[in-house]
Design a protein around this ligand. Structure first.
Ligand code: COA
Length: 345
């Protein structure tokens, strides 16, 4: 039974306050970010024993996600006045991703998190996203139970890996840091003319569609370009697109201070050779070094076994792991030989 004392959500007469879940408005953005950061600071303090100065190391989620997907972002508001929870959702074509979700500590365990999740799931249905996913804390019974109640099944671990960019040491012992073999080159999406950007987006879609039918993260590319959150790198051989990587750089993006963060990278499945990923990682490290960034952060889902092993070979170490949870179709679409790095946070 739930305690009824010391609960925010009850007024001084013990009456239940009214919580309404609604879509985020422009005027909510600052407060929504505060709620997210306060909640995660509290959560991490309980896990780690010390309160982090910044819960996400300077990474930000609210403003650009809302600009990218305004209909997928929800807040829980108490008595029409105080924001006490937030949930963000985004669709990558037919793949719907939830997160982050946060409810202020004093308001937790009062069904608010579940209402927020239901709101995002409703948004997925409106947009015909058939596969829904998230990452959460594998060691938390509450988190696994919470998402299980909405039909999510725990899948495999997702690893957030990183490597210090130290140009004095070769990436792979004995290898040159960015082998220029095979005629591979990189270009930045931001340097393309508008008409070429459209063509590049269509080529990115062909790659993601070959990885998971219906997946399309063109909106992520466009928001990174439109708000200069970083850049999308194209890996090419002559006129062929071999792969692409959506990169965030620190400031107002999802990159923590001092790091180049790759949110999504894919090598075209017909060209899935580990050397291509190794070369691309080397080029991203060069980019980080050029930008004066000390670290490269790469997320990898452990079911993408070849990608995971290639990152280990490139000297990447796991910073932390999360677990993927999924519901809907296509279930378990991941091919272990696909060279994909994707972050569902
Ligand atoms: C995770 C979070 C969003 C959940 O929000 P919430 O409002 O507390 O969640 P709800 O009250 O809607 O639901 C929690 C459910 O988990 C259950 N639960 C709580 N502790 C549990 C435990 N140890 N084992 C199993 N179930 C547990 C509750 O009983 C409740 O289910 P019920 O309604 O059937 O009783 C909130 O705790 C939070 O913001 N945490 C910090 C940030 C975070 O971790 N975000 C999510 C990252 S993936």
């Amino acid at each position: 039974m739930r305690a009824t004392v010391d609960r925010a959500g009850l007024d001084s007469q013990g009456r239940s306050a009214k919580i309404q879940v609604r879509r985020v408005r422009k005027g909510d953005l600052g407060r929504a970010r505060d709620v997210l950061e306060q909640t995660f600071s509290d959560f991490l303090e309980r896990q780690l024993g010390t309160r982090p100065r910044q819960p996400f190391g300077g990474a930000q989620y609210v403003h650009h996600r809302w600009l990218m997907e305004p209909w997928g972002c929800f807040v829980a508001e108490e008595d029409g006045a105080k924001i006490v929870g937030i949930a963000l959702g985004a669709t990558w074509g037919t793949l719907g991703l939830i997160g982050p979700v946060a409810v202020l500590p004093n308001y937790q365990n009062q069904d608010i998190g579940q209402q927020l999740i239901q709101a995002v799931l409703g948004f997925f249905d409106e947009n015909k996203a058939s596969l829904h996913g998230l990452v959460t804390y594998p060691a938390s019974p509450k988190h696994l139970a919470l998402f299980h109640k909405s039909g999510f099944r725990p899948k495999a671990l997702s690893a957030i890996m990183s490597r210090l960019v130290d140009r004095r040491e070769p990436r792979i012992p004995g290898a040159r840091s960015a082998p220029a073999r095979g005629g591979l080159t990189t270009r930045r999406f931001s340097t393309l003319e508008e008409v070429k950007k459209k063509a590049a987006l269509a080529r990115f879609h062909r790659i993601t569609n070959a990885i998971c039918r219906g997946m399309d993260n063109g909106k992520e590319v466009e928001i990174v370009d439109g708000l200069a959150l970083g850049d999308t790198m194209l890996l090419e051989r002559g006129r062929d697109l071999v792969g692409f990587a959506i990169c965030h750089t620190p400031g107002v993006s999802e990159a923590p201070a001092g790091a180049l963060y790759v949110k999504f990278l894919a090598i075209d499945p017909p060209q899935k050779r580990p050397e291509h990923l190794e070369h691309f990682v080397g080029a991203l490290e060069d980019l980080a070094a050029e930008l004066g960034l000390a670290r490269v952060i790469l997320p990898v889902y452990s079911r993408y076994w070849l990608a995971y092993s290639t990152l280990i070979k490139c000297g990447y170490a796991i910073d932390f792991t999360m677990i993927r949870m999924q519901r809907g179709k296509p279930e378990d679409y991941e091919d272990p030989s696909h060279l994909v790095l994707d972050d569902w946070r």
